[in-house]
Design a protein around this ligand. Structure first.
Ligand SMILES: [Zn+2]
Length: 921
């Protein structure tokens, strides 16, 4: 009876919020590490002693240990996989010398050799099986020697060009808390969770190095020299050992460079406590970094006054070449990219310094809840910047006022709103590694900061600031969970904040949609897109051989974030044909967020000339086309936000009118003959159903389209697949597979010529672009350079044999081809020259008939010059089937290099991201 009663009391106490704090516990790991740096081999040798105290109520039989330098050991680690997924191949393809590892580990527990088990998935995690169980309250001493080869700084740590960034460098237990073990592999996207403890670190290295580290330097001569001369003390010995002591930290980082200059000052905190402030930078960085001490002190004053005193006796910033991002925080020290200057440097230093509150002291599980450190930290960055750099005080692009007005003060918000509008965003509470890389840069930072503003506005600024001070006070040097933060906020607000905290788990905007009035803009505007719906106007130009130069007006509403209803129209007056042409499109798209990412219905149209001639009265006359294309496209929802796989299904109907030259006066002496009549549009249609699948992964990306076309009296089925093999030295080989089946509907008709619809092996010319889908300068040219333009369709054999039509591999049955295009080694072609080699081989039904006019297989090989990100390509055939060569030989004027050359204008290869980087469009 009594026992039950006691249990009840314990339960009641544990369930009350106060009880949570009282029952809170955390493990403790105190380290002594001896380490020496070999700056010739770029290795570390060391010995680590960890006193592990079990404050948990559980008996432990094993301990997970992070051996994170092994993340750099092979190209099959979680780190390597994630970099690939995020679009980086530099580590994957790096040479062995640039990789790294940790080995020679020999774990002992209280002197007894411990059995070690590998983690089933991650080579950078080990499990130490304790020789005897560790009871609650018990302590053990875990020791191990270690040898480490430093990687190139692909991520946060490593060695390059005389600079050593020693981060995540020693074996370290994973956190064990109320939710259990938190073993995790090292990742680039996703931060850390460590146990608190004290560190004594003894670093032996060549005497000429200057070192910045977590904690307080205990080596008096070295410390004095840093403070008063800014350099390492002159020494007689070749090496030195520097002793550091740090209390109540959950990680230890150090940065060594012979070129470091040390800037030093002291700073008094609001409580009266005085701390040491150091900045380490190379002479090259001095012009901007000489201000770094000011930036550090401003940041510390600001946060100390608002949240509570800076938590450590010293603070440092080291200028480094950092593998990813602008800066990286460690307790008491942060690495900041040496390249940063001016306001950006100030901002980055302030942000990294800020992590001493939101990471070093409030040690949340950053991997699982990145918003708790990055979001809260970013919120305070914004408050800091609003005071230090009030809006309008300083311009981002000071030299260009015009552009300044177009570009938002805060482009991240525009990108974030775009992702939200397209429903590609993810909840704030998402775990780091589950975020799509574009979301990771925006949601745990900017959206979480916006949520913090919402929280502040809900509580009122004073209550919020007081609540944040209590959060810092109660949870410093602990591991708070979101519920702990919420309990403090609700306690201060004296009310339930369920609605607000629920927003953390939801996608979408934090704010209700507002009506945005239309506003005209010249060219484009990305500024204040939350307030205005821009209609953008600009001059437009166009050009083709028949219409000549065209000038007109482009009007569109392609804004970020995109509207559901989008349009563009470009009426163009042609200076040669003296007529109005143009192109336009209207669409309505929505994002169901279930099954389909996007559904879009659209109507597009265009009208241009595609013929010109001179009539018997020497007047220029023109023929042309119009095209109206209704379409529906269903883009499937990817399996996860990190997926690079896209699929869509599309229905299009092409409604096309074509006419011969208008205004033509027929004379009996004329040889020209236009069967469709003169000046009258002949109408035709074509239905097209397409399925497209594409994986935009950085390694071996592929895409494939299956297309079914139907029009008057025929059908066509087309398959085009592209697969890219990356080379380790950069570049790669594109493999294209094409197959088409053609057939008659309702029987073959002699009165209807379907030749131009039939698939063929050689390059497709303008007159064969039966859906008017490609831009052709001279669509119906049979002579001159314009006639040498081809499009990326059908067999793709890049050789010109228009005067030998039977050599083109055309078929009213089937056609198939394989096209290979490869980049060339930099030893042969300098990397600035975009020259590639191609080899095309194909076969077609006609080649397999008795009395075939050609061999069964036809091939062409040659060189390809690809300009403007593959939007303009020139193809020079150099070797090809004897079928081609034997015929070409008979007409020497067609057999020249220039006559055989073809080119394509592939506007579909235009990808804005290639020009402006990875912005989320
Ligand atoms: Zn940060």
């Amino acid at each position: 009876m009594l026992r039950t009663l006691i249990l009840c009391i314990v339960l009641i106490t544990a369930l009350s919020p106060k009880g949570f704090t009282q029952s809170y516990w955390q493990q403790e790991v105190n380290y002594t590490i001896d380490v020496s740096l070999n700056d010739i081999e770029h290795t570390l040798d060391g010995f680590v002693r960890m006193k592990y105290t079990n404050h948990s109520p559980d008996t432990l039989s094993f301990i997970w240990i992070h051996c994170w330098p092994n993340a750099y050991k092979t190209d099959r680690t979680a780190f390597s996989d994630q970099l690939l997924e995020n679009g980086r191949t530099d580590f994957y393809f790096s040479e062995k010398e640039r990789k790294g590892y940790i080995n020679r580990l020999d774990f002992r527990v209280d002197g007894t050799a411990a059995r070690v088990e590998d983690h089933p998935r991650y080579i950078d995690i080990e499990k130490i099986l304790l020789p005897s169980p560790l009871p609650p309250g018990g302590s053990i001493l875990i020791t191990t020697p270690f040898h480490e080869k430093l990687p190139f700084p692909f991520s946060r740590g490593g060695y390059t060009a005389g600079a050593y960034q020693m981060t995540q460098w020693y074996p370290k237990p994973a956190v064990y808390d109320k939710k259990g073990w938190h073993e995790m592999p090292y990742l680039d996207q996703g931060e850390f969770y460590g146990e608190f403890g004290n560190y004594d670190v003894h670093i032996t290295l060549p005497a000429t190095f200057v070192v910045g580290a977590t904690g307080v330097l205990q080596t008096a001569a070295e410390l004095e020299a840093y403070k008063h001369t800014g350099h390492a003390p002159s020494a007689t010995a070749t090496t030195k050992t520097l002793d550091y002591h740090a209390e109540n930290v959950h990680d230890f980082a150090w940065f060594a460079d012979k070129r470091f200059h040390v800037a030093y000052d002291t700073l008094q905190l609001p409580s009266g406590k005085i701390i040491d402030v150091f900045s380490y930078y190379t002479p090259k960085a001095k012009p901007d970094w000489q201000h770094s001490l000011h930036y550090i002190k401003d940041a510390i004053r600001f946060r100390s006054a608002l949240i509570g005193d800076y938590p450590f006796p010293a603070v440092s910033i080291a200028a480094v070449r950092i593998g990813s991002g602008a800066g990286m925080e460690y307790p008491g020290i942060a690495a900041v990219s040496a390249q940063l200057t001016g306001r950006e440097l100030d901002h980055t230093i302030e942000h990294e310094i800020g992590h001493n509150w939101f990471y070093a002291a409030l040690a949340t599980n950053e991997r699982r809840y990145p918003w708790m450190d990055e979001g809260m930290n970013t919120y305070y960055d914004q408050r800091y910047l609003a005071i230090k750099y009030p809006p309008g005080a300083k311009k981002l692009h000071a030299n260009n006022d015009w552009l300044q007005k177009k570009i938002p003060q805060d482009p991240d918000t525009v990108f974030l709103n775009t992702l939200i509008k397209e429903k590609k965003d993810q909840p704030i509470s998402t775990s780091s590694e589950d975020f799509a890389s574009y979301n990771y840069d925006l949601i745990p930072y900017d959206k979480a900061a916006a949520w913090m503003r919402l929280l502040r506005d809900s509580l009122g600024k004073n209550t919020f600031d007081t609540a944040m001070r209590s959060y810092y006070e109660q949870w410093s040097f602990k591991h708070p969970y979101p519920q702990d933060f919420r309990a403090i906020m609700e306690g201060s607000a004296h009310r339930d904040l369920d609605t607000l905290f629920h927003l953390l788990d939801k996608k979408g905007s934090l704010y209700p949609a507002v009506h945005r009035p239309l506003k005209p803009s010249f060219l484009f505007s990305a500024n204040q897109t939350d307030k205005y719906d821009y209609i953008n106007l600009s001059p437009a130009v166009g050009n083709n051989k028949y219409d000549g130069g065209m000038i007109g007006l482009l009007i569109h509403n392609y804004n970020l974030p995109p509207d559901h209803f989008q349009f563009f129209a470009a009426p163009l007056y042609a200076t040669n044909s003296h007529q109005w042409n143009g192109i336009g499109r209207v669409s309505y798209g929505w994002y169901p967020d279930k099954k389909f990412q996007k559904i879009e219905i659209a109507l597009s149209g265009e009208k241009f000339s595609s013929l010109s001639a001179t009539d018997s009265n020497a007047n220029n006359i023109f023929g042309g086309f119009y095209k109206i294309t209704p379409s529906v496209r269903l883009t499937l929802l990817p399996s996860s936000p990190r997926s690079t796989l896209q699929q869509w299904i599309e229905w299009k109907t092409f409604l096309i009118g074509e006419r011969g030259p208008a205004g033509y006066v027929i004379k009996s002496t004329d040889s020209l003959n236009y069967p469709n009549g003169i000046g009258k549009y002949a109408f035709r249609y074509l239905n097209q159903l397409s399925y497209h699948i594409e994986d935009k992964r950085i390694l071996y990306p592929y895409r494939a389209t299956l297309q079914l076309q139907q029009a008057d009296r025929f059908y066509r089925i087309n398959f085009t697949g592209n697969y890219f093999f990356n080379y380790s030295a950069g570049g790669g080989m594109e493999v294209r597979l094409f197959a088409a089946k053609f057939g008659y509907l309702g029987g073959r008709s002699n009165s209807l010529d379907l030749t131009s619809y039939e698939p063929k092996l050689t390059g497709v010319s303008g007159s064969e672009d039966y859906t008017y889908s490609n831009y052709f300068y001279g669509r119906n040219e049979f002579n001159g350079f314009a006639s040498q333009q081809i499009m990326d369709r059908d067999g793709g054999l890049k050789i010109r044999v228009p005067i030998f039509p039977w050599l083109e591999g055309r078929s009213d049955n089937w056609v198939s081809s394989l096209d290979l295009t490869t980049t060339l080694p930099s030893s042969i072609v300098p990397s600035w020259l975009p020259l590639k080699a191609f080899w095309d081989i194909g076969t077609y039904a006609g080649g397999w008939q008795n009395n075939a006019l050609t061999s069964r297989f036809l091939y062409v090989g040659g060189l390809q010059l690809s300009l403007f990100h593959n939007m303009l390509n020139f193809y020079a055939p150099l070797f090809y089937s004897s079928d081609f060569s034997s015929q070409l030989k008979t007409v020497p004027d067609q057999n020249t290099f220039w006559k055989k050359l073809s080119f394509s204008i592939d506007i579909q290869n235009f990808d804005l991201r290639k020009f402006v980087g990875n912005i989320p469009l």
